[in-house]
Design a protein around this ligand. Structure first.
Ligand code: SF4
Length: 213
């Protein structure tokens, strides 16, 4: 098995994000303000892939999807389907544990306005590749949003044209590895009705049924 090689705590591969990070360190010294480490065991079967830390979410708390609205739907769904135990408290020290699941972000530093540039996606991609290679039991990737879907396919050397993003779609990448798509569980998407809890849960069910068959 390959060892997971994540970014250094002071990774400087993306100058714009480093500058933003430093500005946040000055403005909010109590916040995490560094690359956000993935959460969950490396021997999990499922890897949830998000876009990037939210400014006041993971960038503040230091745990993916923790502290902002997106985490409320994601963690409540993980708890609902038995992929987490404990209580989600919107803090990295809430004691919640993931079971058979791990959560990462395609871009590990917070980008201004939640929008990484193509170069920033590319700079951070080796860490996702390393993470995937370091998960010996990986059977399912769950893309949280179109950007995560695209980066995951690129990381695995797959053509996007062969696997178009569709909410709830299941893509069989190899005999042993699937990719399931979901709209991002952001407040914007849930407020506008683009993503409902039922739709999010349906994507979970699609993945879990494929895993358990
Ligand atoms: Fe490094 Fe990734 Fe942060 Fe860019 S986004 S500085 S590659 S950890």
């Amino acid at each position: 098995m390959n060892a997971f090689i994540g970014p250094a705590a002071d990774c400087r591969l993306c100058p714009r994000l480093v500058q933003f990070r430093q500005a946040n360190q000055a403005a909010f010294p109590a916040w995490h303000n560094r690359p956000v480490e993935s959460f969950g065991p490396l021997d999990a079967r499922i890897l949830f892939v998000g876009l990037a830390p939210g400014l006041r979410g993971a960038n503040c708390t230091g745990r993916p999807f923790t502290g902002d609205y997106a985490g409320e739907l994601l963690y409540s769904s993980l708890l609902h389907f038995g992929l987490a135990v404990g209580t989600y408290g919107a803090r990295a020290d809430d004691g919640l544990c993931l079971k058979d699941a791990r959560i990462c972000n395609a871009v590990r530093c917070v980008p201004p306005e939640n929008k990484p540039s193509p170069a920033e996606f590319k700079n951070c991609q080796p860490f996702l590749a390393s993470e995937i290679a370091a998960m010996p039991n990986l059977r399912a990737l769950f893309a949280i949003g179109r950007n995560a879907h695209d980066v995951t396919l690129t990381t695995l050397g797959r053509k996007k044209s062969a696997h178009p993003f569709v909410h709830g779609a299941l893509h069989r990448l190899t005999e042993d590895l699937i990719l399931v798509d979901s709209y991002h569980c952001s407040r914007y998407n849930t407020n506008t009705g683009r993503l409902t809890t039922e739709m999010f849960h349906a994507a979970f069910r699609t993945m879990l049924e494929a895993l358990n068959n």
